[in-house]
Design a protein around this ligand. Structure first.
Ligand SMILES: NC(=O)c1ccc[n+]([C@@H]2O[C@H](COP(=O)([O-])OP(=O)(O)OC[C@H]3O[C@@H](n4cnc5c(N)ncnc54)[C@H](OP(=O)(O)O)[C@@H]3O)[C@@H](O)[C@H]2O)c1
Length: 248
């Protein structure tokens, strides 16, 4: 995977936020990128001109969309970045519907994509990266069921790796747990809510976490990850403004 040219890469959740940075970085690294989202986005021409970005408008939580995207594009790399923005409220102000938003989106998407990847299966040597959250480790008391949903994504990814090994499929699955990326759809309201609850301005709250994670940093980190020999990879990494970090 050190050379990504000709390696079709599906980025799920590419219209904005971290996924936009991931799609752009893979195209700049030379990959033909299929950028999946429910709404359209404009992408820049890849800087070195060798990669491409082909937008696909689809609901990534629908099993039929997943099967059809895999059959039409035959990817060798899949990055599952998409996720819903949680409702930032304390537990007693959640309803079951707001509490379970990320189970119905993030967990549902991960279940359908990883199941279809194993059933198809992707060709030997393929790489699958699932974006969970640092909240999966430390919790996120103002985001309802978000932290539990993101922890379940990590479990599903490790179950998929075990099933792939058992079936003799040469597919590598990795979970990424990002820290706050305050410019993006999930990060911005979360940072505002946690700063307010700590009685701090957003800048004061973020100060100890600098350098902050951005879509650009996330994109470059995932390209490096996919270029790394699978034998040298851990099952999961934290992702900060300093790039990928080993978990303790
Ligand atoms: N930002 C952070 O601080 C942070 C921290 C830890 C983890 N994360 C995780 O990182 C991921 C990205 O977060 P973000 O802040 O970059 O989010 P974002 O800016 O809100 O972007 C979410 C992306 O997912 C797509 N999407 C959502 N549901 C979809 C569906 N059913 N089908 C297809 N596309 C869908 C959205 O496109 P459409 O709406 O056009 O479909 C959009 O492109 C999420 O999984 C999040 O939980 C973020």
């Amino acid at each position: 995977m050190s050379d990504l040219s000709g390696r079709t890469t599906i980025v799920v959740g590419a219209s904005r936020g971290l996924g936009y940075g991931v799609a752009t970085a893979f195209a700049e690294a030379g990959a033909p990128v299929v950028a999946v989202s429910r709404t359209a986005a404009d992408f820049p021409e890849p800087a070195n001109g060798s990669g491409t970005i082909h937008p696909e408008i689809a609901d990534a939580g629908a099993a039929t969309s997943v099967a059809s995207l895999l059959d039409r594009h035959e990817p060798e790399v899949i990055t599952l970045v998409a996720g819903a923005t949680p409702h930032m409220r304390p537990l007693q102000q959640q309803t079951w519907e707001t509490f379970s938003v990320n189970w119905e989106s993030d967990v549902r998407m991960t279940f359908h994509w990883l199941r279809e990847i194993l059933l198809k299966p992707l060709r030997p040597g393929s790489r699958v990266v699932v974006v969970s959250s640092g909240a999966a480790i430390g919790g996120s008391p103002l985001s309802g069921g978000y932290a539990g949903a993101k922890a379940t994504q990590r479990f599903i990814t490790s179950y998929a790796q075990d099933e792939a090994r058992r079936a003799g499929l040469d597919i590598t699955f990795t979970t990424i747990l990002p820290r706050f990326a305050p410019e993006t759809g999930v990060g911005e309201p979360a940072v505002r809510a946690y700063a307010a609850s700590a009685g701090k301005s957003v800048d004061e709250f973020l100060e100890p976490q600098r350098p902050l994670l951005t879509p650009r940093i996330a994109g470059d980190a995932l390209v490096d990850l996919v270029r790394t020999d699978p034998a040298d990879l851990k099952p999961a990494y934290m992702l900060t403004g300093g790039g990928l970090q080993q978990l303790p």
